[in-house]
Unconditional design. Structure first.
Length: 288
């Protein structure tokens, strides 16, 4: 199994962190969703603008790849329009962004991660939505983002279309932490959301933990679908770290009991763990 751990957390926090926490409302959730859709919309429009059909061809992709990514970009623009329409004058405006994209391959690779985080965000927010009609709207976006991710991962990259038996829900602070790594500034008129960003976390393929947070007496919680577990960190190294198939997440926490890990004891992260497995291979044995 090819293993690469993608850490998407740089310069976290300053831009998005709110000073206090309050109960999250449906308006907050729509603004939070729109924050993510603006990010996705900018991501696709920026790099489709930068990389031409011949750039895609030079990277080894047939014409239909860029053509279909244009359709994904149009979907994201439609999600922005849908949520902006629902919010009216309370609509969050786009921020400015930076993405670790240097070529067509890193654009396509990051697209799978961006779509996956979108799925995890909508899934994690679902239980907090009060108005049932919004649950349907959010669900209809969630399943579409999951199909985007599956198509990029399987048809384009020839990896598997799914990770495990369940997708992974992430909470507001976890998603915000990932998103804020890509955001360099937002209009001051944007609404302040009751969410915070944790410090960045990177976990190397050898288990090395890199973060500004204190790793003494800390654990890494791996989150893969509905399965979670914690692993102790000793001298800056995670002990017994599993490598779940596909995309999963990990946070640094002071809590050993995985059931009790929450925003109150998360110290850093999430790190995005990416263990793609090749479509044509026989099924790998689950490692978590
Ligand atoms: C973890 O926390 C849960 C919820 O409080 C509790 O039921 C469970 O017994 C704890 N597990 C351990 C190993 O302490």
């Amino acid at each position: 199994m090819k293993t690469s751990l993608v850490a998407c957390a740089l310069g976290v926090g300053a831009v998005l962190a709110a000073p206090t926490k309050r109960a999250i409302t449906d308006t907050d959730i729509l603004q939070y969703a729109l924050t993510l859709e603006h990010l996705e919309n900018n991501f696709y429009s920026t790099y489709l603008g930068q990389f031409s059909q011949s750039d895609f061809a030079a990277a080894g992709f047939p014409d239909w790849v860029r053509n279909r990514i244009e359709q994904i970009a149009a979907h994201e623009a439609q999600h922005v329009a849908l949520l902006s329409g629902a919010l009216g004058s309370a609509a969050t405006q786009p921020c400015s962004y930076k993405f670790p994209v240097t070529d067509v391959m890193s654009f396509v690779g990051l697209a799978t991660v961006v779509e996956n985080v979108g799925v995890s965000a909508y899934l994690g927010a679902a239980a907090s939505i009060m108005d049932k009609e919004y649950v349907t709207v959010a669900g209809s976006i969630l399943t579409t983002e999951a199909r985007h991710q599956a198509w990029i991962n399987s048809a384009v990259l020839k990896d598997a279309a799914w990770s495990g038996p369940e997708d992974t829900a992430l909470d507001f602070d976890e998603v915000y932490s990932i998103a804020s790594a890509f955001i360099t500034g937002c209009p001051s008129s944007n609404p302040t959301l009751p969410v915070k960003a944790f410090p960045a976390l990177t976990i190397g393929s050898d288990g090395t933990v890199t973060t500004t947070a204190d790793t003494s007496n800390a654990y890494v919680q791996v989150i893969a679908g509905l399965t979670t577990d914690t692993f102790p960190v000793t001298n800056g190294m995670v002990q017994g770290m599993p490598q779940p198939q596909g995309i999963s997440y990990a946070v640094l926490t002071s809590q050993q009991n995985s059931t009790l890990v929450s925003d109150d004891n998360i110290l850093a992260g999430p790190a995005i763990l990416h263990n793609p497995f090749v479509s044509q291979d026989s099924n790998p044995a689950p490692s978590f």
